[in-house]
Design a protein around this ligand. Structure first.
Ligand SMILES: Cc1cc2nc3c(=O)[nH]c(=O)nc-3n(C[C@H](O)[C@H](O)[C@H](O)COP(=O)(O)OP(=O)(O)OC[C@H]3O[C@@H](n4cnc5c(N)ncnc54)[C@H](O)[C@@H]3O)c2cc1C
Length: 310
């Protein structure tokens, strides 16, 4: 199908883009990578009267580090994060583990991280990481610039705190300390499908004891979640000896955290190929495995740091 007729604006600056959005009837859409928008327009599920193409706004291409945070501009493509070096330290590794789960290379070449925040699909990998990492979303609108914390930003499937006239200019994440272990595992029916469950985990460990855990869940509710109850259960627990993650004893802290995430933090609904019992089981297993991955990563980072200091 062809999209319905629409006007097209190509602003060169953020204020021009905000003006174009503000002057429209409220049915304008921003064109970033176009990997969600164009599909919806072709299916005529979205029929904008104006498309504001932001691809010529050079400043939105930038990724900057300041104040121990990385700020990702609205035109930075998914593909950039395939290299763990794109972002300093363990956060770069976490992004590189997550990004390969997003669709396939042509989509990652055009699609943007910030576009995923605007679209707010409950299965979005980036949005789950943003919840776990306490990311902030920066926006520019007719009333000026503002910043919203991820925990206040996501309001339901495709529903966010962004107002129709606002442009998201960037998203910022705190960088992780060098010895933080990271993990990201996704379970999906086929590679083409969105995640049935995806889990992001970071672990800060001192003398074998977990000081801080951050767990983000994708497609475990109507919006991305942070698994606060599971995190709480891990504080003060021992990580124990290395494990491959596939046979986590039920009494291990990671298995217990998985069960808590599935039963207390998540709010899944039944899907055509997965009833509620299956979905909760999948969540508990994937959380436990992702924590094992993060613990193994933490051990190898500490070994590396100790080797470097000799
Ligand atoms: C086959 C297929 C598989 C996919 N699989 C996955 C997957 O596994 N995981 C995943 O997360 N995504 C997946 N996607 C979606 C993909 O990641 C998109 O790139 C992403 O959702 C949107 O980014 P975009 O830059 O393409 O945005 P666009 O398509 O250009 O825009 C999407 C929406 O966001 C708005 N928007 C975009 N940027 C801004 C901005 N800066 N400010 C305000 N509004 C803005 C637009 O108005 C529009 O409503 C898939 C897409 C396809 C086609």
């Amino acid at each position: 199908m062809k999209p319905a007729a629409f006007d097209y604006a190509v602003p060169r600056t953020v204020p021009e883009a905000v003006d174009a959005l503000g002057n429209s009837s409220g049915k304008a859409q921003v064109l970033a990578g176009g990997q969600s928008l164009l599909l919806e327009m072709h299916l005529e599920r979205i029929t904008p009267d104006l498309v504001v193409d932001i691809n010529r706004i050079a400043v939105l291409d930038e990724m900057r580090v300041h104040d121990k945070r990385v700020q990702v501009g609205a035109l930075v493509r998914h593909r950039e994060f395939e290299s763990p070096e794109a972002v300093a330290g363990p956060l770069g590794t976490l992004f590189s583990l997550a990004v390969v789960n997003i669709a396939h290379p042509p989509i990652r070449t055009r699609g943007t991280m910030v576009g995923s925040f605007a679209w707010a699909h409950p299965a979005s990998e980036w949005c789950a990481i943003a919840m776990a990492m306490d990311a902030d979303i920066q926006m520019a609108g007719p009333g000026g610039a503002r910043e919203v914390a991820a925990r206040d930003y996501f309001q339901g499937p495709y529903k966010t705190a962004r107002q129709p006239g606002e442009l998201i200019t960037s998203v910022s994440f705190p960088l992780l300390s060098e010895e933080t272990g990271v993990g990201f595992i996704e379970h999906r029916r086929t590679h083409f499908c969105f995640a049935q469950v995806a889990v992001s985990a970071t672990l800060t460990v001192r003398d074998g004891v977990i000081e801080k855990a951050r767990i983000g869940l994708a497609n475990c509710a109507d919006r991305p979640l942070r698994a606060h109850a599971a995190e709480q259960a891990l504080h003060g627990a021992e990580i124990g000896p290395p494990m491959d993650g596939y046979r986590v004893p039920t009494e291990h802290p990671f298995a217990r955290a998985g069960k808590i995430a599935a039963e207390q933090d998540a709010a899944p609904v039944a899907e055509p190929y997965a009833d509620l019992e299956y979905r909760r089981h999948a969540i508990s297993v994937v959380v436990a495995r992702t924590l094992c991955q993060a613990a193994n990563d933490q051990r190898s980072r500490v070994r590396q740091l100790e080797g470097d200091s000799r």
